[in-house]
Design a protein around this ligand. Structure first.
Ligand SMILES: CC(C)(COP(=O)(O)OP(=O)(O)OC[C@H]1O[C@@H](n2cnc3c(N)ncnc32)[C@H](O)[C@@H]1OP(=O)(O)O)[C@@H](O)C(=O)NCCC(=O)NCCS
Length: 151
């Protein structure tokens, strides 16, 4: 039997427990393109039982890489990851969504701002969990940097 699509509205919530100086500038809802939507699995936990930060970074890196490849229309490699902030833990079973936007295009490099958000089935509220600034370099078929815009 076909299931009816959900008409429930998703709410967004900034992390009210954040205590750093950027507290007032936290985005209340995702911006940019949704590039990854996945589930936090037990295999990705750390010794405390929360989801390992490295797994979240890898999801954001994969998502940013998709945007970089789309923008450059070629291979792209991560050359740096800056300003990673882990604002709240991710738990097993959380739905994790990564959003990204290209904020700068250089000659061969691109800056992509990424955020990761979680949502539990129970509360249907999106929480900002992690953010970071990724730089990718457009690569030719030999793995050498080449211009992002090659027209
Ligand atoms: C990406 C890579 C090919 C770049 O080679 P490179 O010799 O540094 O190339 P360049 O010096 O010409 O720099 C290329 C661009 O990257 C930028 N860049 C280089 N190092 C950077 C850094 N640490 N942070 C930000 N940008 C950087 C340069 O400014 C340049 O940008 P522009 O062309 O827009 O001005 C090389 O560093 C590499 O292969 N790194 C490993 C990539 C990888 O394996 N990533 C996966 C993670 S394990």
């Amino acid at each position: 039997m076909a299931t009816k699509p959900s008409t429930k509205k998703v709410m967004f919530k900034k992390d009210l427990s954040a205590k750093d100086s950027s507290e007032n500038t936290l985005p209340a809802e995702p911006s940019g393109e949704l590039v990854i939507k996945t589930l936090a699995m037990p295999a990705n936990t750390n010794v405390s039982g929360d989801i390992f930060g490295g797994w979240i970074v890898s999801q954001m890196d994969i998502g940013g890489g998709i945007l970089a490849k789309q923008r450059a229309k070629s291979r792209a490699a991560t050359v740096s990851i800056d300003k990673m902030i882990f604002r709240r833990p991710v738990h097993v079973g959380d739905m994790v969504s990564c959003y990204g936007k290209v904020t700068r295009v250089g000659r061969t490099s691109m800056t992509i701002e990424m955020t990761a958000w979680t949502r539990t089935i129970e509360d249907e509220v999106l929480h900002l969990v992690t953010e970071g600034v990724f730089t990718f370099v457009a690569l030719d078929n030999k793995g050498k940097p080449h211009p992002v815009d090659r027209d």
